[in-house]
Design a protein around this ligand. Structure first.
Ligand code: FES
Length: 216
């Protein structure tokens, strides 16, 4: 008799126990789907905005250093901007016997490849020097003195026109040095108005032989 009473009571609300469980199950699935969609959107939204480290930095071409001139410091982007041409004699960057000519603009990560100290440009010696353990690097980031295990890292650089449309860079500026993919300096095409430096796209410096440490 008690069972009959319960059954009559559920039926009078218009929903059986089985239907109620179906609704709960359906609601759980809907909630899970909504959570998954939210997570997907969160992953697709860029984490870094332009001008923040990890994102892209827009540099007017007028801010690019002179060919073989001293590097320009971009502190917010944590990189040095250099403009190289080893075909032109310069005390700042001389072509080594084992390398092709270096020509173009590169953005060099400001962190030493040894233990991560911040190195700086030393004008008196025409090279980058790390204050922590004495590693030294040429203008383009190649090692002159260890304990740094490899050359300095570089960020991806692209050339943009006055309307900020892509002209050159990306894949076309990639090379391999000793089997390591790396960003080559980018020769700026005519019509370049801006550089876009992507600090979210970094390649580790290759391990090339040490350059002779000629006292400057
Ligand atoms: S961290 Fe630069 S030499 Fe050690």
């Amino acid at each position: 008799m008690a069972n009959a009473a319960i059954s009559v009571s559920a039926g009078s609300n218009g929903m059986t126990r089985r239907e109620f469980l179906y609704y709960i199950w359906g609601a759980s699935i809907a909630l899970l789907t909504a959570q998954s969609a939210g997570l997907l959107v969160w992953f697709l939204i860029p984490k870094f905005r332009e001008g923040e480290f990890g994102g892209k930095f827009l540099v007017p071409v007028t801010s690019v250093p002179a060919v073989n001139g001293e590097p320009i410091n971009v502190p917010d982007g944590r990189f040095w901007l250099v403009n190289l041409d080893t075909d032109q004699p310069s005390p700042l960057v001389e072509k080594a016997s084992d390398e092709q000519p270096l020509k173009g603009v590169a953005a060099i990560y400001k962190v030493c490849t040894h233990l991560g100290c911040i190195y700086s440009w030393t004008p008196a010696n025409n090279r980058f020097e790390c204050p922590c353990h004495g590693s030294k690097y040429r203008l383009d980031g190649r090692r002159i003195e260890d304990p740094a295990p490899r050359d300095l890292d570089r960020f991806q650089v692209e050339a943009l026109d006055a309307n900020r449309n892509f002209i050159a860079g990306a894949i076309s500026a990639e090379i391999e040095i000793g089997g390591t993919p790396f960003f080559a300096p980018l020769v700026l095409p005519e019509g370049t108005a801006f550089l876009s430096v992507n600090t979210g796209s970094r390649k580790q410096g290759p391990k090339q032989t040490l350059l002779p440490n000629v006292p400057k």
